[in-house]
Ligand binder design. Structure first.
Ligand code: SF4
Ligand code: FES
Length: 224
């Protein structure tokens, strides 16, 4: 099969497309396919030109770290959690997420996610007594990978904008529900950086690889 990859040497360089031929089993993950392409003595593209190794990010290979998030045949997904033979299309087309700065090839810089959370003090500094009714959703939200897939598919999230997206709505719920004073300042920040911009398209919920029900976080935060 043909694997077409949007490449970029480093931040700020012009992107370009490069095609590779892959002849192994297609019942493997996109991560495993990238490894298979990279683990050759010399890497050549489909035209026989010597190519540099494809740079992409991973750590866990178990859909836990979020590092391998990329766009696979037009759909944002985790490469380690996506099987090649389940992806539609004759070619396999891989691109970096479009709403984050590209570091190199398929690697993007997602530090804006943490910078936004830090900016509005979305962290716990005094623990609340446990609340049995909230455990289930708190546990679900705590699984957030900070992978950025929800921001990639959100029609309202813009890089550098004031709308922080689903990852912030979920974190707002988690932090306010676990803090002794319920963080009234964070509730105000939620109004500004989420409530005022969300149009409830809920693409975030459809795409989330760990199945976080963002609508539940929104509902609970809107009540606050
Ligand atoms: S809410 Fe889901 S899609 Fe968004 S960053 Fe967390 S794990 Fe990724
Ligand atoms: S490598 Fe960790 S989520 Fe894919």
């Amino acid at each position: 099969m043909i694997v077409k990859i949007k490449r970029q040497r480093s931040a700020g360089c012009a992107p370009y497309w490069q095609k590779f031929k892959y002849e192994g089993s297609e019942h493997i993950t996109v991560s495993a396919l990238l490894d298979a392409i990279n683990y050759t003595d010399d890497l050549y593209d489909i035209d026989g030109n010597l190519a540099s190794r494809i740079r992409w990010e991973c750590s866990c290979m178990q859909a836990i770290c979020g590092g391998c998030a990329m766009v696979i045949n037009g759909v944002p997904a985790l490469a380690c959690n996506t099987f090649v033979d389940e992806v539609r299309g004759k070619e396999l087309v891989l691109e970096p997420l479009s709403k984050f700065p590209v570091v190199a090839d398929l690697i993007v810089d997602r530090s804006i996610i943490y910078e936004n959370l830090n900016r509005v003090k979305a962290y716990i500094d005094s623990l609340a007594a446990s609340d049995a009714k909230s455990h289930e959703h708190q546990y679900s939200v705590a699984k957030c990978l900070k992978c950025g897939l929800c921001l990639e598919v959100c029609p309202n999230y813009r890089p550098g904008g004031t709308f922080y997206g689903a990852v912030f709505a979920n974190e707002s719920y988690l932090i306010t529900s676990q803090s002794a004073d319920e963080k009234p300042d964070l509730v105000d920040e939620y109004k500004t950086h989420f409530g005022a911009g969300c149009s409830k398209a809920l693409n975030c919920q459809e795409i989330c690889p760990v199945g976080i029900q963002t609508i539940t976080s929104i509902m609970k935060m809107n009540r606050k």
